[in-house]
Design a protein around this ligand. Structure first.
Ligand SMILES: [Zn+2]
Length: 223
């Protein structure tokens, strides 16, 4: 718990997304008074923490009307309406139609289905393009909701996995991950021969690589 003394008029209590409590207290209020204030509200704090713990999957994203969601390197504004579940894009908006009873988890399910369909469409185009460009047979590929990796490759099986959350990133990053995983069909490790293969196919690979290293993966949306 964090207590911050500052020039406010009243004690203020907030339970953050991660369940931590934060108190802003006027400068003249003592420790004992803060403790008494918190004791009185212990039940309320616990209820808030339980409520947050019950919806950890979209922490940081309420998936509410007007919220900005990351897509292909830019934001889409979420427009939520009521009705039979459906999700579609209209210009810079992402239309999400869900029954009123749908909670954040159900909305997220619907949205991720849309992201998956978009990514599949891109991969249908880009995977054969890059495989041909690199003189490789088209491998089997799958989309997986991976939290820590952007892609993976099983050279023995000739199979590539692409992370669903890549659909949030600019298309150059998506191309780079495809090239990276395809290159693993030739070279297993990350040795100089591997990076030569990557650079041979995509000379501008480094900016995409660095972007994925430093850019946020928006974990709240995917997990
Ligand atoms: Zn690799």
């Amino acid at each position: 718990m964090q207590v911050e003394h500052k020039a406010v008029r009243y004690l203020r209590l907030r339970v953050r997304h991660d369940g931590q409590t934060r108190v802003s207290a006027p400068l003249r209020v003592s420790q004992a008074e803060v403790r008494a204030f918190l004791d009185e509200r212990a039940d309320w704090i616990q209820r808030q923490q339980q409520r947050l713990a019950a919806t950890p999957r979209s922490a940081g994203f309420a998936l509410a009307d007007g919220e900005c969601l990351p897509f292909a390197g830019g934001p889409l504004t979420l427009c939520v309406s009521e009705g039979r579940p459906a999700c579609w894009r209209e210009a810079d908006t992402l239309q999400l139609r869900v029954p009123a009873a749908h909670d954040v988890a159900a909305r997220r399910e619907c949205l991720l289905g849309w992201y998956r369909a978009q990514l599949a469409e891109v991969l249908e185009q880009r995977m054969p393009h890059w495989a041909a460009h690199m003189g490789l047979a088209l491998p089997e590929w799958h989309i997986r909701n991976m939290a820590t990796r952007w892609g993976s490759c099983n050279p023995t099986r000739g199979r590539i996995n692409i992370a669903l959350r890549l659909m949030a990133q600019p298309s150059a990053c998506l191309d780079y991950v495809i090239v990276h995983e395809l290159a693993h069909l030739r070279v297993a490790g990350h040795n100089p021969a591997f990076w030569e293969t990557v650079a041979g196919a995509m000379p501008e690979w480094r900016s995409a690589h660095d972007h994925l290293r430093t850019g946020s993966g928006e974990p709240g949306l995917w997990r």
